[in-house]
Design a protein. Structure first.
Length: 376
């Protein structure tokens, strides 16, 4: 069992060009550079119309005037999950279309940002690349609070990892044209990578409850499977489409049912964590927290909406005879506040708390080598 547990937040993926949680709304609505005939522009119009009606009393609102995404998604979830309308315009089924539109637009936005950052490969990208190249895969388990695939792509590119144990029974699969088929495990190295909030490369069957994961280069196929023709018909009825975008409706590789979807634990304060895939991930996360001596937080600010995870951290910290050594690598203007938040939450223990406020700089990388996270 690995001795080091890496706990990743949005700040870690920011090194690869992805937005922080506070920047999600602006990036979600950005249409500059998007294909005029692509699927994202009408989805952005659809989401703007929803927020204008629901939060602006019908008046247009700029991205900076939007409520927090936590508020939007929590209100959607509380209505949709109980079968209630939200005002006169949006039934529970309409709200589920809005939620799927948000998730699919997020998926594509994350992919677009990652590809743009890879092309420029700035200093933050180079530091992240150095981290991936030196990462000791034999002594590390990863727990990512993100949906993106920055970590998978990094270790695939630098160390040839092709197999991942997501700790929830997810099985490798791949798209062959419009079909989803099982994939044979590739390579000899398997990295344990837990994602308690879900992942953009997962598909979940509502019929048989099997979970499948696909490689990063097939994320667009996932997006096409999640927002189906009946969803686009809603946008067409609203006058937001001139033609229907391409969609696919693959059958489950296990039961052959047409019931594939996804289950993200979104920014909502009412995260849907009671699905089989999340329950298994959380059990695995607790086991790994108990079995590891060092907890290394990278780009994780401990946001208020993650109260379930914070409760798990505190419960494990207090129940283990040997307390974990805590390392935090953070950065940006909010770094002092994040460090203070960690000190208040975990307590100050001389020699067992290590804080770095300038991201993956030389002192942080040197510390990770001393702790055995990186090879010397």
């Amino acid at each position: 069992m690995a001795t080091n547990l890496l706990i990743l937040g949005a700040g870690f993926s920011a090194n690869a060009g992805l937005p922080l949680a506070s920047e999600f709304t602006a990036n979600l609505l950005k249409t500059a550079g998007l294909n005029a005939d692509g699927p994202s522009r009408p989805q952005v119009k659809f989401l703007r119309r929803f927020v204008d009606r629901t939060f602006g009393e019908g008046y247009p609102r700029k991205p900076a005037e939007w409520p927090e995404l936590e508020d939007i998604l929590t209100i959607i979830d509380m209505s949709a999950n109980t079968g209630h309308h939200l005002g006169p315009h949006y039934s529970a089924s309409d709200l589920r279309v809005v939620r799927r539109a948000i998730l699919v637009r997020m998926t594509r936005m994350l992919e677009q940002r990652y590809r743009a950052a890879k092309k420029t490969a700035g200093p933050a990208w180079q530091a992240l690349e150095q981290f991936f190249e030196k990462l000791d895969l034999d002594d590390v388990t990863v727990l990512s609070m993100n949906w993106d695939m920055v970590f998978e792509r990094g270790v695939m590119r630098t160390q040839g990892v092709k197999q991942f144990d997501y700790g929830c029974g997810a099985q490798p699969a791949q798209f062959r044209k419009d079909r989803l088929i099982r994939a044979r495990p590739g390579g000899t190295q398997t990295l344990r990578l837990l994602k308690p909030h879900g992942s953009v490369n997962w598909l979940y069957c509502d019929a048989c409850r099997e979970i499948f994961w696909v490689p990063p280069d097939q994320i667009e196929r996932v997006a096409k499977a999640l927002f189906r023709e009946k969803d686009w018909r809603v946008l067409e009825t609203d006058g937001l489409l001139t033609s229907l975008p391409e969609t696919i409706d693959p059958a489950c590789p296990h039961c052959r049912g047409k019931a594939l979807g996804t289950r993200f634990a979104t920014f909502s304060y009412r995260k849907a964590l009671d699905f089989a895939m999340h329950a298994a991930s959380w059990r695995s996360a607790e086991q790994d927290l108990k079995r590891t001596a060092d907890w290394v937080f990278m780009g994780y600010s401990m946001p208020p909406a993650d109260f379930e995870f914070k409760q798990m951290l505190k419960r494990v910290q207090l129940s283990e005879p040997h307390r974990p050594i805590i390392t935090l690598i953070t950065g940006g203007k909010g770094a002092p506040d994040t460090i203070e938040r960690f000190e208040k939450f975990f307590g100050k223990v001389a020699g067992e708390r290590h804080y770095f406020d300038n991201g993956l700089d030389a002192p942080a990388l040197a510390h990770l080598r001393r702790r055995g996270v990186l090879r010397r």
